[in-house]
Design a protein around this ligand. Sequence first.
Ligand SMILES: [Zn+2]
Length: 295
Amino acid sequence: MEETLDGARLHTAEHMFARALQEQNLTIHVRKADTYRADNVGKVYIKEIISIDSLFSAEKAVNSKILEDLTVKEEKFDNLEKAVLKNPKLRFNEERIDENGEIRIISIGEYDFSACKHLHVKKTSEIISFSIRRVSYLGGETEIDFLAGYDSIKFLLDIKNSVLTAAIENHFIPEEIGAYIKNEKYGRMEAEKEEKDLLSGLIQKSSGIIEIKGVKISKFYGEVNSIVRKNPEKCIALTNGQQIMIIKGKDCRIDLLGIGKKLKEKGFSGSVNESIINGRADENIIKELKGLWKN
Ligand SMILES: [Zn+2]
């Protein structure tokens, strides 16, 4: 794909977005990032589940760095060791390192240092604006579509105008806007709503591990996350027998890092941080989790 200015905006914004997520002390592994696309939509696939709050706060950080108009520079090094020595905050990804061994470091002010061979903007103000357009947790990873430049501005205006139209139709009562959007959405997804209501009911009643067979549990991520936000003392664990997903509220005392460590000892290879455990799990791991949960 040809490397255009539109692509360079998305691509440089993607460097900043990865940095902004890391600055929140999140462990992230980018499986794939695609920024030079014909439709000018950036895509990034992260192996971990990243909460919507973290994504929005990274989006905000990127936009504030765009406004600081940081200078984007490149510097060449003979090898990775020398590059790391000079840039201790260096991020690097095997795919973005040239085969001939020379390392090209892209620095964005003092904010980010990353090894990369692609085209970047020269100043962050050239990115103009950065917005997340879509987030999906299907398959247990975080897939993010994002926009930069005038596409981002246009997207934000379209959203603003549709909310404003809804506000006018609802006589500017903000609470009714939420209900309006919800009705529109659930009108189209009646079946899914029933499924999620059922799950909500289960979660409210149970303090144990909730087992739901035959469904992809990652599709409940949004629902579980919103329940935990409304009930910060709760910690919710779901399994379908092949995967586990545990999400903890901010006032809950359960030590997910400790639990994650014990699960890893049993061979669990999913992601673990202090508020989320997520990944594939076999019978033994689920059995271990049940034992830990009782205590
Ligand atoms: Zn790059």
